[in-house]
Design a protein around this ligand. Structure first.
Ligand code: IVH
Length: 656
C-alpha cells in the first residue's frame, strides 16, 4: 500500500508540475480527481502513511490561534522604487560606475506580497510573510493550499525560495462576488485580497481563495552553482516553481529597458494577474556582489513602478462640453492629478443617467482612472466622505456655448444648432486627428487657439495657412520651425487616400473602419456623395442607421460646400487602396543620411502608407532609424538610446 501511496503522490505532483509550470497538462481533470480520491481513501484508512508533502494538505484544515513569528534566515529586502525614464538612466549610470557592460534581467513586478518558502530535503517545511524584513509570520499551513507552490521539489535539496503570493484577476472577481453575496465589504484590489487571504488563521479560507505564487529569487544562489539571475530563474523552474519565463527578458542599455517596460505596459491589461511595474536586476551574480547593498536596499536592482492608474481627487466643478455631433457631456473638473502617466484635470461623466446613477456632486471625493487609457473617467464616488451641504447633480437644459435648448436622444442630450461654435472646434480637432487627416501638430490646444484667432474656421482653412505665415510666427509659442512643420503636415495630408477624408468629415456613426469600407466600395468622393440609401443599406456592415446618416450628411448644402472647397484646393478625393496596410501601425521612424535608391519623400510615403509615422528627431519613442550615407547626429543619438538601426535593404526587407 505504501508503494501505491508514494506512487500516487508522484503522479499528482508530476501532473501539477506539467499543468502549472510547463503550461502543458498531460492528464485530464477526471484522471487527476481519480488519483486524488484514491490518495484520500488510502490516507483515511492508513493515517500513519500520510506524508507532509501530500497534495491532500492543500485543502487546509488546522485553525490557528495566532501566527507564530519567525526570523528570516536571510533578511527579506525589497528594492527602491523609481517612476520615470530619467530615473532609469540614473540607475544605469550608477551601475556602470561599477560594472562595465551590465546586463539586466527585467521581470514583471507582480502585485501581491512577497513570501519566503523553505524546503528541507526537497520538502516544503515553512512558508513565511516578509513582515518587517527581519521577522515575519509563519504561514506554512496557508502556503500549502497554494496549488502553484510545489510541496516537493524535483531535487532533494535544502533551499529557500522567494516569490510573490498573488491573486489572479479572475479569482479576485470571484472572491468579491462571494463577498457581495455574503454582504461583506469588498476587497479593493487583488493585492489586498491576497494579503487578506494569506493571513487567515483558518487555512480552509485561504484554500478557498485560490491564490498563486510566482518565484523570482534564491538567496545565496552561489550555493547552487548559479552564476546569473537568469540561471536562478531557470533553476527555480526546473525545481518545480512557476516563473514568469515568457515575460522575463534581458536588456543591455536604457533603450532596451524602456522598450521592454513599454511592452509590458502595453500587455498589462490583458494579463491574468496584476503587475504594478518592472523589476530590474543586474544579471551577473558576481556583479551583484560587487555592487552590494546600501544600509537598506540592494544596489544591484530597482523596481520601476507604472504610473498610478486610479487616483483620488475632489470635484471642484461640473462643466458641460459640446462634441462635434452636438452631444453634451458633463465633465468633472478638479485640481490636476497624475493618472496613468499624464496630468489630468477633467474626467468624463458621460451623460445625465451616469451622473444620477453614481450620484456625483460638486465637492465629492472621487477616484479617477483612464478609461481605455485615453479618456479619464470617474470610477467611484466616496459617499462616506461626502459633505453634508452638497447638492444633487442637475443636467443643463441649454447648450453651454450657444444657449440653444437641448434635445434628448436615448441617453444623451444634443445641441441642435448645426453652427454652434463649440461643435466647430471639435470638428476641426477630429479632422486633423491621427486616424483622420493626420495633420501632425494640431492638437486640441493649438486648434482652439487657431480657431479663436480666426485662422482656422473650417476644413479648407488648414490648407490656406501659408498665406498667414508671418502672422502665425509671431504668435506666442510658435517659431518658424513649428509653423513650417504645421504647413508641411497639412500639405502632406492633401494626398491622403479617400478613407481618411471620409472619416475626417465627421459623419455621424461613420468611424475609421466604416470609412475604409465606403472608400473601397465607392472609389471616389463624387460616387459616395451620389450613393443612395438603398445601395448603402445593402452593404455589409453598413445598415439603415448609418446609411441614413450618410445620406442626410450629403444632403446638407453646407457640407457639400466644404467638400467642394477641399476639392478646389487640390485634396485627393480618390481611394488609393494602399493605406490599408497596418505593418507599421504605431511605429515611428527617423530618417538620417542619403539613402542609396529611395528619396526621402519616397521612403516617407512607404512608411506612412503602411501606417507608420516619420519624425524629425530621435527619442525613446523612436522605433527605427533608417540610416543612409553621411548620417547626422541622429545616428549617434540612436546608438546612445539603443534604437534599432536599419539601412535601405533592411527597410525593404521589413516591407516584403
Ligand atoms: S526581487 C531583494 N522580483 O516587488 C529584492 N521582487 O522591491 C528581492 N516583486 O517587495 C525581490 N515581482 O514583493 C523581485 N520579479 C520580482 C518581483 C518582486 C514583484 C515585489 C517584491 C518586492 C518588491 C520589489
Amino acid at each position: 500500500m505504501k508503494k501505491r501511496y508514494d506512487e500516487l503522490i508522484d503522479l499528482i505532483n508530476d501532473a501539477s508540475y506539467k499543468y502549472y509550470v510547463l503550461d502543458n497538462p498531460t492528464i485530464t481533470d477526471q484522471e487527476y480527481d481519480d488519483y486524488y480520491n484514491e490518495l484520500l481513501n488510502i490516507e483515511k484508512k492508513y493515517p500513519e502513511l500520510k506524508r507532509d508533502d501530500s497534495p491532500t494538505n492543500r485543502v487546509g484544515g488546522d485553525v490557528l490561534e495566532k501566527f507564530e513569528k519567525v526570523t528570516h534566515q536571510n533578511p527579506m529586502l525589497s528594492f527602491d522604487d523609481i517612476f520615470n525614464e530619467d530615473e532609469i538612466v540614473l540607475f544605469d549610470e550608477r551601475i556602470r560606475k561599477t560594472v562595465k557592460n551590465p546586463e539586466y534581467t527585467l521581470e514583471p513586478k507582480m502585485d501581491g506580497l512577497s513570501g519566503s518558502l523553505i524546503y528541507k530535503n526537497g520538502v516544503l517545511v515553512r512558508g513565511a510573510t516578509r513582515g518587517d524584513g527581519v521577522v515575519g509570520e509563519n504561514i506554512t499551513n496557508n502556503v500549502k493550499t497554494i496549488k502553484s507552490i510545489p510541496l516537493k521539489l524535483t531535487e532533494n535539496i535544502d533551499i529557500e525560495v522567494r516569490g510573490e503570493i498573488y491573486m489572479s484577476k479572475a479569482s479576485f472577481e470571484k472572491a468579491n462576488e462571494e463577498r457581495k453575496k455574503q454582504k461583506e465589504s469588498l476587497f479593493a484590489n487583488p493585492r489586498n485580497a491576497a494579503a487578506g487571504s494569506v493571513r487567515q488563521l483558518d487555512s480552509k479560507v485561504t484554500a478557498s481563495r485560490n491564490l498563486d505564487f510566482m518565484a523570482y529569487f534564491i538567496p545565496n544562489p552561489e550555493d547552487y552553482g548559479l552564476k546569473t539571475q537568469e540561471e536562478s530563474l531557470n533553476y527555480l523552474r526546473k525545481l518545480g516553481f512557476v516563473t514568469n519565463y515568457k515575460l522575463n527578458s534581458l536588456a543591455h542599455n536604457v533603450g532596451e529597458i524602456i522598450d521592454h517596460i513599454a511592452y509590458l505596459g502595453s500587455i498589462r491589461k490583458s494579463l491574468p494577474y496584476e503587475i504594478d511595474g518592472v523589476v530590474l536586476k543586474v544579471n551577473s551574480l558576481l556583479d551583484e556582489q560587487k555592487l552590494g547593498f546600501t544600509s537598506r536596499v540592494p544596489r544591484w536592482g530597482i523596481a520601476y513602478k507604472f504610473p498610478a492608474e486610479e487616483v483620488l481627487t475632489t470635484i471642484e466643478d461640473i462643466k458641460f462640453t459640446v462634441g462635434r455631433t452636438g452631444k453634451i457631456t458633463p465633465n468633472a473638473v478638479f485640481n490636476p492629478v497624475h493618472v496613468a502617466g499624464s496630468l489630468i484635470s477633467r474626467a468624463t461623466l458621460h451623460n445625465e443617467d451616469y451622473c444620477l446613477e453614481k450620484d456625483v456632486r460638486i465637492g465629492d471625493i472621487v477616484s479617477i482612472r483612464k478609461a481605455g487609457d485615453v479618456i479619464p473617467e470617474v470610477v467611484e464616488v466616496k459617499l462616506d466622505r461626502r459633505k453634508e451641504d452638497s447638492k444633487p447633480f442637475k443636467m443643463t437644459d441649454v447648450c453651454p456655448m450657444c444657449n440653444t435648448k437641448l434635445i434628448k436622444k436615448d441617453a444623451h442630450h444634443f445641441c441642435p444648432n448645426n453652427h454652434c461654435p463649440a461643435r466647430n472646434v471639435e470638428k476641426l480637432i477630429h479632422f486633423a486627428s491621427r486616424d483622420a487627416m493626420w495633420i501632425d501638430g494640431f492638437g486640441e490646444n493649438v486648434l482652439e487657439d487657431f480657431y479663436n484667432m480666426g485662422f482656422i474656421k473650417e476644413f479648407s482653412d488648414f490648407y490656406h495657412l501659408a498665406d498667414y505665415k508671418d502672422e502665425l510666427m509671431s504668435m506666442e509659442g510658435f517659431g518658424e520651425k513649428s509653423i513650417n512643420n504645421l504647413l508641411e503636415a497639412s500639405l502632406r495630408s492633401k494626398n491622403n487616400s479617400l478613407e481618411r477624408l471620409v472619416f475626417a468629415l465627421g459623419i455621424r456613426y461613420v468611424g475609421s473602419k466604416k470609412s475604409k469600407i465606403l472608400a473601397k466600395k465607392f472609389k471616389n468622393m463624387d460616387n459616395l456623395i451620389k450613393a443612395d440609401f438603398e445601395t448603402l443599406e445593402n452593404m455589409d456592415e453598413i445598415g439603415p442607421k448609418i446609411a441614413s446618416s450618410i445620406v442626410s450628411y450629403f444632403q446638407d448644402e453646407e457640407n457639400l460646400n466644404q467638400i467642394a472647397k477641399l476639392k478646389e484646393i487640390g485634396l485627393n478625393m480618390e481611394y488609393l487602396g494602399s493605406s490599408d496596410s497596418s505593418l507599421f501601425d504605431g511605429k515611428t521612424f527617423v530618417l538620417t543620411g542619403t539613402l542609396p535608391t529611395l528619396t526621402r519623400e519616397e521612403a516617407t510615403k512607404m512608411i506612412e502608407d503602411n501606417g507608420g509615422k516619420v519624425s524629425s528627431s530621435v527619442s525613446h519613442k523612436t522605433d527605427y532609424v533608417l540610416l543612409g550615407e553621411n548620417p547626422g547626429s541622429k545616428y549617434d543619438k540612436a546608438i546612445e538610446l539603443g534604437i534599432v538601426i536599419i539601412n535601405e535593404d533592411g527597410f525593404k526587407e521589413l516591407l516584403s
